[in-house]
Design a protein around this ligand. Structure first.
Ligand SMILES: [Zn+2]
Length: 435
């Protein structure tokens, strides 16, 4: 077993992340005599209560049996309850295999979650093809790199990201609202709801033991509050939840991704830094919105300081601040970005064709894109590559160059989400190029 607390203490106190903090290794580590964590796609934080095992999050369907096997190497206790910190598929997907493997010794399994989880599951079923498409794109841009939070080495068990809600996922049978305090054995467990990454999030606090189970409020990456392909995220509410956690004075923090953290002051410092990063970002965006600025101006003006992004638990390797700016705009404004021509735009193909004609052809345009990309102006290069691609939707050469431009863009990006979308653009043009 790895000493996860020693590792996280070393990383946090030194400020140096010299090894991956998000590890999808399906290995169990004991943190206290009756507490362990299996590091998986989402971790399974496992408490061996007097009533039986209480497992916070389950990892994916593919990993569920491996997670259960790891728990069995640690204890033979039956399963008492599964808690979903939220309804994302990498947190609930393993519930069926875990329940089947661990068993409940004849008692009914409690499946605890926030009341919005059911609504999420309905939405996933209504939009399952869409969710497959966006998840394939989101996770399709990174390969062997480590430390991306939800991605692992492809040689590892179950590395593939789940793209849909598996049929075996267990429904919540104890729906909680804003706050619930319950006894399990002699321990009080408090469940708090807050919006952050999702609108169905719970975090749990054990007041006697000072343990806090945070779900995705802590992910050892810059908060996933901007995701370009997903529904609304809640950065300011996320920060408030972190502030509320600090007031509980936890001594052991158990996140669903990344390393557990020990020590009241160390935990408070981490929570405060993440909350402040979100609060500052939202405040700056709102100030500019109040001043009547457009989204364009705000995106290019609001930046998170490099020193903040360099913190071991704030690196923009999964989501990134620029995407959060968009989400704040959407949360407090509308979908229109402030450029009049984009309120009721012409078709992309018509704009592309007109710009290509003015430039002297789609080939001229895409070569200019290539030049700009080589010179390092990848943002501008991608606009011209898109115009050219729209103007010549079947031209193999134009799309060959567009594919190159987007491949270069993918490599230059840090975040998994940007890499994924640019990789998909490159692949789309490669397919036309190979025809
Ligand atoms: Zn997660």
């Amino acid at each position: 077993m790895a000493d996860l607390l020693a590792l996280s203490t070393k990383i946090i106190d030194s400020g140096v992340l010299d090894q991956p903090a998000n590890r999808i290794i399906n290995e169990i580590s004991e943190l206290a005599p009756d507490l362990a964590v299996v590091e998986s796609f989402s971790h399974a934080v496992t408490w061996s209560s007097p009533e039986g095992l209480v497992i916070f999050d389950t990892g994916t369907y593919d990993n569920g049996a491996h997670v259960a096997d790891q728990i069995r190497t640690w204890t033979k206790a039956p399963l008492h309850a599964i808690v979903y910190t939220h309804g994302h598929v990498d947190h609930v997907g393993g519930s069926g295999p875990i329940a089947a493997t661990l068993g409940t010794a004849g008692r009914k399994l409690r499946v605890i979650g926030h009341e919005n989880v059911e609504r999420r599951f309905t939405r996933y079923r209504d939009t399952s093809d869409w969710n497959r498409i966006i998840n394939a794109r989101q996770f399709g841009g990174v390969r062997e790199e480590h430390g991306y939070g939800l991605v692992s080495d492809s040689s590892q068990v179950g590395a593939r990201h789940p793209t849909f809600l598996h049929d075996s996922v267990l429904e919540v049978n104890e729906s909680l609202g804003d706050f619930t305090s319950m006894k399990i054995g002699d321990d009080t467990v408090e469940f708090h709801h807050a919006r952050g990454e999702t609108d169905d999030h719970l975090w749990a606090f054990f007041p006697d033991r000072k343990w806090i189970v945070t779900g995705d409020f802590i992910i050892w990456n810059f908060p996933n509050a901007g995701n370009p392909q997903k529904v609304q995220r809640w950065p300011l509410e996320w920060a408030s939840a972190l502030r509320r956690m600090i007031t509980q004075e936890p001594e052991l923090l158990l996140p669903a991704h990344g390393l557990p953290i020990e020590g009241k002051n160390r935990i408070a410092r981490v929570l405060d830094e993440i909350a402040a990063a979100l609060e500052n970002l939202v405040r700056e965006v709102l100030q500019m919105m109040n001043a009547g600025e457009t989204l364009d101006t705000i995106i290019h003006a609001v930046k998170v300081p490099d020193a903040t992004l360099g913190r071991p638990y704030l690196r923009p390797m999964y989501d990134e601040p620029e995407f959060i700016v968009h989400n704040v705009w959407r949360q407090f404004g509308g979908w229109w970005d402030g450029a009049a021509s984009r309120l009721k735009p012409a078709p992309d193909a018509a704009v592309g064709a007109e710009v290509a004609a003015l430039a002297g052809g789609a080939d001229v345009l895409v070569r200019r894109a290539q030049k700009l990309a080589e010179e390092g102006d990848l943002r501008l290069a991608c606009h011209l590559a898109d115009f050219a691609g729209w103007a010549a939707p079947d031209d193999p050469e134009v799309h060959g160059i567009r594919a190159e431009v987007y491949e270069r863009r993918r490599k230059a990006e840090l975040s998994l989400m940007a890499k994924g979308i640019f990789a998909a653009a490159s692949k789309e043009s490669k397919r036309i190029n190979r025809r």
